[in-house]
Design a protein around this ligand. Structure first.
Ligand SMILES: Cc1cc2nc3c(=O)[nH]c(=O)nc-3n(C[C@H](O)[C@H](O)[C@H](O)COP(=O)(O)OP(=O)(O)OC[C@H]3O[C@@H](n4cnc5c(N)ncnc54)[C@H](O)[C@@H]3O)c2cc1C
Length: 463
């Protein structure tokens, strides 16, 4: 019988890797996990968690303004970037410690090193040069922001990685990209008082989201004072004598800002990983190709999370990890379910969404009922804000199943989590109609839109 150093060797200590390593070690398997940077990975160190903390930080300016409408007088206030960065650092260090502790308690061997494949069952620990062997290898190395090397002056730009820890707080920033990371950071920096411009080559921000959400958020962001340049791209970035960035755009001429942030997509971390040596295939984007059970082209080597470029979200990486453990160690083959994933954009206002956009559903079904409400949230009546909440249910007219739910407004992410259950359960519009409202909430609108706002037949809107 062949013997290996480990039953399972995990490369990457992020969301997917840590969950896999912890569960396998907890089952008594001999597990090692290698991380080259910080345990917790993108989500904990430079993604979801610090991002959400910064979203909260950026909302206080509006809270202070809104307070007046409710009788409060707020005294002098001042924002200190270095205090926020330090507080964030303390929190992510605490979480990093919890991730390590979880692995340790389960009995996994924690390695602080880059790891690379050097053969079908062999891994090199880069720090020491030592080679170890494992019966199974799991690659969960995540991804990194695309540097957009073809752009002249790209090296003068920051990515989301650096944005969290800028040594100097900028007075102005230009963010390139139209995805959720670009949009969230535009709202964060604007809320913290930075003059913010978003530049995106597409016609409208957040492609693949429902049109109403895209247009509604665009309008709300512009109303707050964020400049959005759609249908435009960066041509070049140069450094001025005073250290600022001089940017040329294709359609809006030049502008000078303190920082330029590129949020133009993410690249899987597969370079230099030794995949060819081990016989692991990648696609044209460099992502590892896997089957329905996260198995790569090389026997005994698995991959999950962002490195496989299926759906780049933390809960998805964790779910794929749990399916991997069920399949490989519990003799219960389970393939990850990527259908109807509820998700949020932590913009201001937020977007919460699950299922098909109106456009997608219009292509998938012959006839739709669309229920749409647009209203001023109750808090805005006294605060005086003009912001609107938009809610939308997309219903397949044939069987009355709700196939899409989209919310633009405060706490939309929280609502999306719950409404996600109803879509997953296959609820119909009649189930929504017989659900009692919770009053007074914004979410009650989701169960009180009784008549369709309009119908869509063969992809065309009809009265
Ligand atoms: C700014 C930002 C905001 C985000 N916000 C959200 C959000 O709100 N909600 C959400 O669900 N998702 C969000 N995400 C996405 C989420 O962070 C990822 O989907 C998730 O972290 C993927 O987990 P993973 O395990 O695949 O990879 P990661 O968490 O990226 O972990 C991979 C780890 O592998 C390590 N590594 C790489 N190569 C090696 C090697 N050769 N040897 C050793 N270690 C290696 C890396 O250092 C990293 O720690 C966000 C991402 C970003 C960038």
């Amino acid at each position: 019988m062949t013997s290996f150093d480990y039953d399972l060797f995990v490369i990457g200590g992020g969301s997917g890797g840590v969950r896999s390593g912890r569960l396998a070690a907890g089952m008594g398997k001999k597990v090692a996990i290698a991380e080259e940077f910080r345990y917790g990975g993108t989500c904990v160190i430079r993604g979801c968690v610090p991002k959400k903390l910064y979203v909260y930080a950026s909302q206080f300016a509006e809270h202070f303004e809104d307070a007046a409408g409710f009788g409060w007088t707020v005294g002098e206030h001042h924002f200190d970037w270095s205090k926020l960065v330090a507080a964030k650092e303390r929190e992510i260090t605490r979480l990093e410690g919890l991730y390590r502790k979880g692995l340790e308690n389960a009995g996994a061997e924690i390695l602080q090193t880059r790891a690379e494949l050097v053969g079908p069952n062999s891994i090199k620990l880069v720090n020491t040069g030592k080679t170890v062997t494992a019966e199974r290898i799991l690659i969960a190395t995540g991804g990194h922001p695309t540097p957009h090397s073809a752009l002249p002056g790209h090296d003068l730009c920051i990515s989301s990685n650096e944005a969290f820890d800028l040594p100097e707080f900028p007075k102005s920033i230009l963010i390139a990209g139209g995805g959720y990371i670009a949009v969230e950071f535009a709202n964060i920096f604007h809320g913290l008082g930075v003059e913010t411009t978003l530049i995106y080559r597409g016609k409208e921000i957040l492609s693949r989201f429902d049109q109403d959400m895209r247009r509604g958020l665009h309008a709300a962001m512009e109303q707050k004072g964020i400049r959005i340049l759609c249908g435009d791209v960066l041509q070049s970035i140069k450094q001025a004598d005073d250290g600022r960035r001089v940017v040329e755009t294709l359609n809006h001429g030049g502008l000078t800002v303190d920082q330029v942030m590129l949020a133009l997509g993410r690249v899987p971390n597969t370079k230099g990983l030794g995949l060819e040596t081990a016989g692991v295939n990648t696609n044209d984007k460099g992502a590892i190709v896997v089957d329905a059970f996260s198995r790569t082209s090389a026997p005994g080597i698995y991959a999950l999370g962002d490195v496989t470029d299926r759906i780049q979200l933390t809960p998805v990486a964790i779910h794929e990890a749990m399916c991997f453990i069920e399949t490989e160690y519990k003799h219960n083959p389970v393939s990850p379910d990527h259908d109807l994933i509820a998700t949020a954009v932590f913009s201001q206002p937020e977007i919460g969404t699950v299922g098909m956009s109106e456009e997608q559903a219009g292509r998938a079904f012959a006839e739709l009922e669309v229920y749409r409400a647009e209203f001023r949230p109750i808090k805005a009546t006294l605060s005086g804000r003009t912001e609107k909440t938009i809610m939308k249910l997309i219903v397949n007219a044939a069987d009355r199943k709700v196939v899409g739910a989209h919310i633009l407004g405060h706490e939309a992410g929280e609502m999306a989590q719950l409404i996600g259950i109803t879509l997953k359960a296959g609820c119909t519009k009649d189930d929504f109609d017989r659900t009692m409202a919770v009053h007074p909430t914004a979410a009650e609108e989701l169960v009180t839109m009784y008549t369709p706002s309009y119908r869509v037949k063969d992809g065309q809107k009809v009265a």
